[in-house]
Design a protein around this ligand. Structure first.
Ligand code: C5P
Ligand code: C5P
Ligand code: ZN
Length: 489
């Protein structure tokens, strides 16, 4: 839905306020600590701010983490930076900040649903939810960071491409035909005007720049193609049956090498295939908008914004986020080589985890209103979110959200990660609210977006937590607005 210009103006005015606080700190030669979330959106958000500060020769440090906790607060108290910038998280931690570091200057550039409201003049918060826009679809953490950076200095428009990489990493292409809309569309406009990005309509399969076509097809999970996703030999057979040559001489052909006629043939065969599997709503996901980074080398993963996002995501989730930051800051040499290695490892881990989950029925259970995946000690708590995203699109009941969890080594905690389909959200599911309300009474924490949310609870409370979320989601599906009972929302 297009948003009225008033909401956008108000949001941009907040971005300008944040920019002013940052500029003032730089002018006073203050030290700035940036903390950001470890996925592609968080890494690009930190990269956007890092580039802006680097340009000003400012003193700053970037740290990528999965969440803000007492340890992070302890670091802030010990180091006493003149300014703390939180990107791609922060709005969920207003209480913690107000309780522990109320006198620190803090800028929050976030797009998650807020827990609590901000009355502290030391905290400057920019968040689309404060102006009636949806942080799951209209702008991501990197986009919020981009608007602040652009307000600091017009030259920062050159960060528009990586801001879009963050939005696509967060799967915000939820407007018609996988288009970026609302505030994200303004970033697209900047990037296109600066000739940094081109937008095309094409098959949206992952790997269009870099992969042999049968591998592209096999590795796609959005749309999920049951019987083809994850199965290269089946994908090969499927393409052969369509008489689409896989090779051009000795060279494997990539999606970008297919002729318009071949693409059309492939597309209609896939539509028939999805239909035969009862996945008609996925057909709309076959064709969509492609965001191409003009300044990146063709045939490399950075050329396609969605592929770029996965490279960054892998660096964060494989615990090497500094590589992702380096790539965002412009490294195309050793940082990129290492990031590509992290990507290989990330892929192997995902495959290993998916096979493991499907091995035993108790690892993926169906309750009345939710699916539950128990990753035990096996699935990395850093990758459980990715597993959750992949699994939710391939389950029989498309309205049921999935709650996955894995143990955090040595902390006695379960890391939670939930995903809904758009259909579930339309039926009233708001996972951010359900996860928070289920976790908090058990001494845990939860939050996020309506469609995707995370959190953590003590491991010995996990069964109570699952029971509570199952019940809360059930109430949401009956039309109850739980946040109205919740005085903090
Ligand atoms: O922390 P953050 O907001 O960056 O992460 C958002 C998460 O929600 C991502 O893992 C993304 O895949 C998921 N998401 C989703 N569908 C959307 C929006 C986000 O699955 N429409
Ligand atoms: O970790 P995961 O990818 O499942 O998180 C889904 C979404 O929920 C992300 O946007 C994440 O930043 C958010 N989240 C949150 N508060 C938490 C945990 C996760 O807002 N305590
Ligand atoms: Zn984000």
């Amino acid at each position: 839905m297009p948003h009225d210009s008033q909401a956008i103006e108000a949001f941009l005015a907040d971005a300008q306020k944040a920019a002013n606080v940052i500029l003032e700190t730089v002018q006073n030669d203050g030290f700035i600590h940036i903390f950001s979330h470890l996925d592609a959106d968080g890494i690009t958000a930190a990269g956007v701010i890092g580039r802006a500060l680097f340009r000003l020769d400012a003193r700053f440090r970037i740290r990528i983490t999965q969440w803000v906790d007492e340890k992070i607060i302890g670091e802030i108290i010990a180091d006493k930076p003149e300014l703390v910038i939180l990107t791609d998280f922060g709005s969920g931690y207003l209480d913690l900040i107000n309780e522990k570091i109320p006198d620190f200057k803090v800028v929050i550039l976030d797009h998650h649903q807020a827990a609590g409201t901000n009355q502290n003049p030391n905290i400057t918060q920019v968040n689309p939810h404060m102006h009636g826009m949806d942080g799951a679809t209209d702008v991501s953490g990197s986009g919020v960071a981009y608007f602040a950076a652009r307000a600091m200095d017009k030259r920062n428009v050159d960060s528009a491409p990586i801001a879009l990489v963050g939005a696509l990493g967060d799967m915000q292409d939820r407007y018609d035909q996988r288009k970026l809309g609302s505030l994200n569309a303004l970033i697209v406009e900047d990037a296109v005007n600066a000739k940094l990005v081109s937008v095309e309509k094409d098959l949206t399969f992952f790997g269009r720049e870099t992969r042999p076509i049968h591998r592209t097809l096999a590795s796609t999970t959005n749309p999920f193609l049951p019987g083809i996703s994850g199965e290269e030999d089946k994908s090969l057979a499927f393409l052969s049956s369509l008489n689409i040559p896989l090779k051009d001489g000795d060279r494997w052909r990539a999606l970008r090498d297919l002729t318009a006629e071949e693409k059309k043939r492939l597309c209609s065969a896939l539509a028939d295939y999805l239909l035969s599997k009862g996945l008609h709503y996925e057909i709309a996901n076959l064709i969509g908008h492609i965001y191409i980074l003009n300044t990146e080398e063709p045939w490399t993963p950075l050329r396609d914004a969605r592929e770029f996002a996965v490279v960054l995501n892998s660096t964060g989730r494989m615990e090497r986020p500094s590589l992702g930051i380096a790539v965002c800051m412009g490294d195309r040499e050793s940082g990129l080589d290492e990031a590509n290695k992290a990507l290989e490892d990330y892929r192997k881990s995902i495959n290993k985890y998916l096979i493991w989950v499907w091995e035993k029925p108790e690892r993926l259970r169906e309750l009345e209103n939710i699916y539950v995946v128990n990753g035990e000690d096996f699935v990395s708590e850093k990758i459980i979110g990715t597993i959750s995203s992949i699994l939710v699109s391939g389950l029989p009941n498309v309205e049921k959200p999935l709650i996955a969890y894995a143990n955090v080594p040595g902390e006695g905690l379960a890391k939670l990660s939930s995903r809904s389909t758009a259909l579930g959200v339309n039926k009233g599911i708001n996972l951010g609210v359900a996860m928070r309300l289920a976790a908090e009474p058990l001494g845990g924490k939860g939050g996020g977006h309506n469609i995707a949310a995370g959190g953590q609870v003590p491991l010995d409370k996990i069964d109570d937590f699952v029971t509570a979320v199952n019940e809360l989601v059930g109430r949401q599906l009956k039309g109850e607005k739980l946040e109205e009972d919740d005085h903090k929302a």
